[in-house]
Write a protein that binds this ligand. Structure first.
Ligand code: GDP
Length: 424
């Protein structure tokens, strides 16, 4: 049976600009609500002489979910013909930011909601900034409540112009701006007759146009070396290089490079654990490799294929960190960095930006990273390490920082940086 694609999307916006209404509409218009739920909530509002709000509908759904086993009130599910969506209501959720930065969860796209009447708020900008720090590349701006400005094209274009300019400053190139009236359903699932001047997709069409991430197998080969086992075969000392393939595939006869040592060899055989040797191994498989030549390497190295795109090799890099340590992350103190199977000493060199995750305040002038801060920093390891910038490959662009034997922070690497501060 073919399983349907799944995609996580994040929705952000200033309070009252209409996030709940957009989510409620997406659920209702895709038929993803439990039967009779919408009518029941509408009826409840009528009886209590309150105007119906999609926010009530979401609250009702969340109450229902909370009685089950999974209490995860920040997520809703809906489906189109193309794929299943999980929409994550964020940020302002410390757990969410932590999961995103440490890689526990991943979102492929973000919807930024702006109230057409109120326009861009300070919070809209903060959200833009966070989205940029999380490395989500596909962003769509939903200009909501167009009914309150009589679906005026001029208002829409003014917001589009101003916000595009801001987003460019934080390195986000929105793929589209969509004029909406979420409450009435204009341009959510059905094209609105009130916006004849708008020729782009509806929100649902736009979601289905987003590109999904590639399957791990389709990516370049990466395997962190977990261990080296020695054994004797026909009087010869031989070694098996053991690890789990993170991405890509490897075949016998492939030329490989160990990084950071840069030692090269050719794959002689691929051994499985409790299975017969094979000629090819794929992402997620735990394997042992024997090599054509006798080379000495250590656990912690990253094994890559010579013919494929190479990781960055550097001791300095720019990264986004989510800090959970009791003691703050400070400059010039020795920490341990864990990336893949590598453990290595690391220092904080410079803080470029800090966002307080609870208040979403951006503070450029703090000189330490406190618990629950998200910070863009420059880090330096004691020796060069191999990694991939998160925009290239996710699994080898993530790390954790250990302070005093405790995991105190997690992060993603944005780019390698040279000693003179240039991006590698
Ligand atoms: P949230 O705080 O961002 O989740 O905002 P809500 O979705 O709860 O919406 C805030 C208020 O704006 C509610 O009273 C909604 O009914 C109202 N609202 C949302 N979308 C629209 C819209 O398209 N047009 C109008 N006129 N009101 C809307």
């Amino acid at each position: 049976m073919e399983t349907k694609e799944q995609m996580n999307i994040v929705i952000v916006g200033h309070v009252d600009h209409g996030k709940s209404t957009v989510i409620g509409r997406l659920l209702a218009d895709t038929g993803s609500l439990p039967e009779g739920k919408l009518e029941a909530v509408k009826e409840y509002c009528r009886k209590n002489s309150r105007p119906f709000e999609y926010a009530f509908l979401l609250d009702a759904l969340k109450d229902e979910q909370a009685q089950g086993i999974t209490i995860d009130t920040a997520r809703c599910f809906f489906k189109t013909n193309k794929r299943d969506y999980i929409i994550i209501d964020a940020p302002g959720h410390i757990e969410f930011l932590k999961n995103m930065v440490t890689g526990a969860s991943r979102a492929e796209a973000v919807l930024l909601v702006i109230d057409a009447k109120e326009g861009i708020q300070e919070n809209s900008k903060r959200h833009g900034h966070i989205v940029s720090m999380l490395g989500i590349h596909q962003a769509v701006v939903l200009v909501n409540k167009m009914d309150l400005v009589h679906f005026d094209q001029g208002v829409f274009e003014k917001i589009t112009g101003e916000f595009t300019e801001f987003l460019h400053k934080v390195n986000i190139k929105p793929v589209n701006f969509i004029p909406l009236s979420a409450f009435n359903g204009d341009n959510i699932a059905v094209r609105s007759e009130h916006t004849p001047w708008y020729g782009g997709p509806t929100v649902l069409e736009q979601l289905d146009q987003f590109a999904n991430k590639k399957e791990n197998q389709e990516l370049p080969f990466r395997m962190p070396v977990q261990d080296i086992y020695k054994f004797t075969e026909q009087g010869d000392d031989r070694r098996i290089v053991a690890g789990t393939v993170l991405s890509g595939k490897i075949r016998t006869g492939d030329e490989v490079i160990f990084l950071p040592s840069k030692k090269r060899s050719i794959i002689k055989s691929i051994e499985g654990f409790h299975v017969a040797p094979r000629t090819t191994a794929y992402a997620d498989q735990a394997i042992g490799l024997t090599l054509e030549t006798q080379i000495y390497i250590k656990p912690g190295e990253l094994l890559v294929k010579a013919e494929e795109s190479q990781p960055v090799l550097s001791s300095r890099f720019r990264a986004n960190i989510f800090w959970v340590g009791k003691a703050p992350l400070i400059k010039n103190k020795n920490y341990k960095l864990k990336i893949g199977t590598m453990r290595i000493g690391v220092k904080l060199v410079e803080i470029l930006n800090i966002i307080d995750a609870a208040e979403l305040n951006i503070d450029r002038f703090k000189d330490q990273v406190e618990r629950h801060d998200v910070a863009e920093c420059i880090l330096e390891t004691v020796k060069p390490i191999a990694f991939d910038p998160i925009s290239e490959l996710e699994l080898t662009g993530r790390f954790v920082i250990v302070d005093n034997y405790e995991i105190s922070g997690g992060g993603i690497i944005l780019a390698g940086v040279s000693d003179s501060g240039h991006t590698l």
